[in-house]
Design a binder for this molecule. Structure first.
Ligand code: UDP
Length: 322
């Protein structure tokens, strides 16, 4: 198949590109390299089946390119989006515009051409819900619109509505995935992601910066596991018109995570606690717990994550030491 990947130079996109090429698919990536990097594709540049375009998807040239590539491809993974809480809080207008407009353009170009599409949403859409674990059919509770953090969830929810509406109105085969915290080599800490930040701090014997009390928890899924789900979903027609959580359900507090990373790196770092207002912005609201219910994806494609957190952290440590 010929597969179009927006955001193929990012953390998740580059792993997905590698995996699809292993199956001998032709992969066309369009990436503006704003948060991704061609370094992430270094293993692929000599592969004749891999094509990269550096382009802004909302520019005139980017839209033309999208139109041409959508016509020629069989499957589209639309991954390109703002990443990380810092990015979202600092560039809220850009985040909303890009999240919604690019998705709409892709769906519109694809609509009468029967292209399979995977749209990426996020566990952020579960917002302030306290009913755990989070199920795809749960009600959504977001914070007030005066706080930028929620704009990411709200714009991704619009993407979900768009995906469902094109599926229903135009029979476009769209599948939507809500990714929970995903980790592994090539993820960078500049935009807030906790594991690469803690590993880097620990390797440098710097203070480990816990935001808030550290009693908040997350479940981290290895990117390699995530990719296996993404690949399997497009091969089962029952998955189209459906939404799936993709993540791990093994929960750890952020304090527990800091201690684990100190131990696994053999670091001399101490832990420091930083108030949220100082770390992000005034009125910042964090989720205390975020646990996915992944029974639906298991039922549809038999997917379950296999790689545990210690192994994942070891992989990140090894990557950062190179
Ligand atoms: N976090 C932290 N220190 C950091 C970066 C993040 O304590 O240097 C916390 C953050 O406030 C959140 C958790 O770690 O409670 C996960 O943050 P991340 O940005 O990785 O993911 P998300 O908030 O989207 O789950």
């Amino acid at each position: 198949m010929r597969i179009l990947l927006t955001g193929g130079s990012g953390f998740i996109g580059s792993h997905l590109a590698e995996r699809l090429l292993k199956d001998n698919h032709e992969v066309v990536s369009i990436d503006n390299l704003s948060t991704g990097s061609l370094e992430n594709n270094h293993k692929l540049v000599k592969n004749d089946l891999f094509h990269h375009h550096t382009s802004e998807l909302l520019s005139e040239e980017g839209i033309e390119l999208l139109k041409k590539e959508i016509l020629e491809c069989d499957v589209i993974y639309h991954l390109a989006a703002a990443v990380g809480v810092f990015n979202v809080v600092n560039h809220p207008a850009k985040t909303i515009k890009e999240n919604i407009e690019i998705t709409e353009i892709i769906l519109d170009f694809a609509k009468d051409k029967n292209k399979k599409i995977v749209l990426f949403s996020t566990s952020e859409v579960y917002g302030k819900s306290t009913k755990l674990p989070f199920n795809e059919d749960d009600d959504i509770i977001l914070g007030p619109s005066k706080y930028s953090r929620w704009s990411y969830a709200a714009s991704k929810l619009i993407d979900e509505f768009l995906g469902f509406s094109y599926y229903r109105q135009y029979n476009l085969p769209v599948v939507i995935v809500r990714l929970f915290n995903t980790v592994g080599p090539r993820q960078v800490g500049h935009y807030g992601m906790v594991i690469p930040r803690f590993v880097k701090q620990a390797l440098n014997d710097e203070e480990i910066t816990i935001y808030g009390t550290g009693k908040q928890s997350r479940c981290f899924c290895n990117v390699k596991d995530t990719i296996e789900a993404l690949v399997a979903l497009i091969h089962n027609d029952d998955c189209f018109g459906q939404i799936f959580n993709v993540g791990s359900s093994n929960e750890i507090t952020i304090e527990g995570l800091a201690e684990k990373i100190i131990e696994l790196t053999g670091s001399n770092s101490n832990i420091t606690y930083i108030p949220y207002e100082e770390a992000y912005s005034e009125g910042f609201e964090d989720m205390m717990r975020r646990v996915p219910d992944c029974s639906k994806i298991e039922e549809y494609i038999g997917w379950k994550p296999k790689i545990n957190l210690d192994e994942t952290i070891e992989q990140v440590i090894e990557y950062m030491q190179i």
